[in-house]
Design a protein around this ligand. Structure first.
Ligand code: HMG
Ligand code: MG
Length: 293
């Protein structure tokens, strides 16, 4: 038997990142079925939805209902993405024990995505901190390698954003390759800088797979000691405010990468496949409907 090199945490972001930019509103019952299948596949963490403005992300306007009706188990952490106090209050009312904040390394992306500067996003987070109390808090940083508006991002501008999250007590930071443009060399360069200051356990990699670079970047991350990755079953997804961004790396592909590196994930592949196929069939049905009309 081959010796295991340890364990990888997979954060399934399909229900949030995967669905947020789909314009046809998916039925509540289909979202619930999809998330329940994800739960049955023993994922350690599922980002269920986001409590953002329904004007900006109409697909997730049903966040409260989705959160209320899904089946939850004890071995999965359920997370909701929140931008501000309104979102946090809704997440708390919906009984989340885990939230994810989001900001960026690029000022232009921050303005387009959340309508405020990076500094102001942290003012919002500071206002939220007394309310989140003992909740688990994750912090996303988008565009750490490339921005759809500003191009290449200087690795040094990522550092103050990480420091601000750490000042807020956040120990779970997800580095976003928002448009999937980072190469393995660029991944290595940034990680070398960050890991000279912080432990690898602080970070997750959040790779969109626009140019098929994600697998190589994840392998590079594994080689450098990262053990937490974000992905979406079936590889669905994208960010509505990042032109050209496609889906996250698929959870199925990510598990393959982990297994070839002798890293366990604890995920039930058959159930995961069902979840991925189910949501893809719903999205395809919508596409066929559009093609006919
Ligand atoms: P705003 O429009 O800039 O300003 O919103 P506002 O604070 O003045 O609010 C305007 C209206 O929104 C008001 O309502 C507020 O009550 C309402 P009105 O008076 O017009 O009727 N509002 C809210 N409603 C529901 N939930 C809320 C909320 N907050 C305000 N939480 C805001 C600022 C951030 C809310 C807005 O810009 C927004 O929702 N943006 C959407 C951002 C988003 O969801 N982006 C995609 C997720 S990030 C991502 O995908 C990247 C990631 O995957 C990593 C990566 O790939 O890089 C994480
Ligand atoms: Mg994303």
């Amino acid at each position: 038997m081959t010796k295991s090199n340890g364990h990888v945490r997979i954060v399934e972001v399909g229900p949030r990142d995967g669905l947020q930019s789909i314009s046809d509103i998916i039925l509540l019952q289909d979202k619930i079925k999809y998330i329940n299948l994800l739960t049955e596949s023993c994922l350690p963490e599922i980002e269920v939805t986001s409590f953002v403005s329904p004007k900006w992300v109409p697909q997730l306007a049903d966040a409260i209902d989705v959160s209320r009706h899904i089946n939850k188990n004890n071995h999965t952490r359920y997370t909701a993405l929140v931008p501000n106090n309104i979102g946090l209050e809704n997440a708390i009312k919906s009984e989340y024990k885990s939230i994810a904040l989001f900001t960026a390394a690029s000022e232009t992306f921050s303005m387009k995505n959340i309508h405020c500067s990076i500094e102001d996003s942290f003012k919002r987070f500071n206002d939220m901190a007394p309310l989140w109390g003992n909740l688990h808090v994750r912090g996303y940083i988008s565009t750490v390698w490339h921005c759809p508006f500003e191009g290449e991002i200087n690795a040094k501008s990522v550092i103050p954003v990480i420091e601000k999250y750490i000042d807020l007590g956040i120990q779970d930071i997800s580095l976003g390759d928002t448009i999937g443009k980072a190469t393995a060399d660029e991944t290595e360069k940034l990680l070398t800088l960050l890991l000279s200051r912080w432990d690898a356990s602080l970070f997750s990699l959040h790779c969109h797979d626009t140019y098929d670079f994600a697998s190589k970047n994840i392998r590079k991350g594994i080689e450098m000691g990262i053990r937490s990755f974000d992905s979406s079953a079936g590889g669905i997804g994208g960010c509505p405010y990042a032109p050209g961004a496609s889906g996250n790396i698929s959870t199925e592909k990510l598990i393959d990468i982990c297994e070839t590196s002798n890293l366990s994930t604890g995920i039930n592949r058959d159930k995961l496949k069902q979840a991925g196929q189910f949501i893809q069939s719903i999205l395809e049905k919508d596409m066929v409907h559009h093609a006919k009309n």
